[in-house]
Design a protein around this ligand. Structure first.
Ligand SMILES: Cc1ncc(COP(=O)(O)O)c(C=O)c1O
Length: 304
């Protein structure tokens, strides 16, 4: 068979160099890995027990493709209390990690050729998702503005691509890899441009609970009709391997994203969904305990 006949948008993608490197070095015992955004903590005991209970309760069936009602209700309450998100359960989709939420969102929001602004340096998957969906990734260097995207940079990027219909912008806040957390004023300063330009915002807030002495704000507060929030339990509850995340969005568009999700993965694993209910109903302080230890390590590294 001629592999050159396969989908060029996939053939052209390089597997993540970071993940390959991580795989290569993971064989060495005792090393401190600074490769992936991977908490070295175990999943909190109460969440593990909930997963075991759900197995014993034979929660082994397909769930509704949006995720179980209890989980969407729990996510609605948890994120409202944590960050002021304003989404009812029917505006919340349970996804296979943030990654699958991002994939379903990129697939749904844009048409081939559309431009998506990606502030850099960026988590690499956004560019890959743009490429595999036939979009035009527009990388914007933010090193001159403290790694914070500004309205001027958005306008300049649009002006520099007169042949491209720019329809989206990615905001990673808090940001991997830069560590930047947008202030309320920095987010508000973006609002008029994003609104006037009618851009979709994909707001990746997976690190929302890992801020140190500053508050996490969500752009969805000011642009609820244009924002899809991506979040999940990988970082806040050290559940990277369990693969559970959420997409939050306004009615209408989130229903379309749910369709893209359904045909690709059907639904997240049933057992993990029940464990995630426990994380969101009794694990409000789980991240705080990890954060305190991260902060100590950070101080040690910086010799504070
Ligand atoms: C910015 C960012 N978004 C998304 C993800 C993926 O999260 P998940 O494990 O929930 O798919 C990561 C993982 O490192 C990340 O750093």
């Amino acid at each position: 068979m001629d592999l050159k006949q396969l989908n060029p948008e996939i053939i052209d993608v390089q597997p993540s160099a970071l993940r390959q490197f991580d795989h290569q070095i993971s064989q060495y015992p005792g090393i401190v890995k600074l490769t992936l955004g991977e908490p070295d903590f175990n999943v909190p005991e109460h969440i593990k027990q909930a997963a075991i209970q759900s197995i014993n309760d034979n929660q082994s069936h397909y769930t509704y493709y949006w995720g179980i009602q209890e989980l969407r209700d729990a996510a609605s309450t948890y994120y409202r209390e944590k960050f002021g998100y304003n989404y009812s359960a029917d505006q919340i989709l349970c996804t296979v990690g943030a990654t699958e939420g991002l994939a379903a969102t990129f697939k749904t929001l844009f048409n081939p050729g559309d431009g998506v602004i990606i502030p850099g340096p960026a988590y690499p998957i956004y560019k890959t998702l743009a490429n595999v969906n036939g979009l035009t990734p527009i990388m914007v260097d933010t090193s001159d503005s403290g790694f914070v995207l500004t309205s001027e940079q958005v306008e300049t990027a649009i002006a520099a691509h007169p042949d491209v219909t720019v329809r989206g912008v990615v905001i990673t806040d808090p940001c991997n890899p830069t560590g930047v957390v947008y202030t309320e004023d920095q987010l508000k300063a973006l609002v008029p441009t994003l609104k006037d330009r009618e851009l979709w915002i994909i707001s990746d807030e997976i690190y929302g609970e890992l801020t140190y002495g500053v508050k996490h704000y969500s752009l969805s507060t000011w642009l609820p009709d244009q924002t899809i929030i991506i979040n999940g339990l990988s970082k806040s509850h050290a559940m990277t391997g369990w693969r559970i995340g959420f997409a939050f969005g306004p009615t209408g568009v989130i229903d379309e994203i749910a369709k893209a999700h359904q045909f690709q993965v059907t639904t997240p694993t049933s057992i993990v969904q029940y464990a995630a209910v426990e994380a969101l109903t009794h694990g409000q302080d789980d991240a705080a305990q990890m954060r305190a230890i991260y902060q100590k390590r950070c101080a040690y590294l910086k010799q504070e």
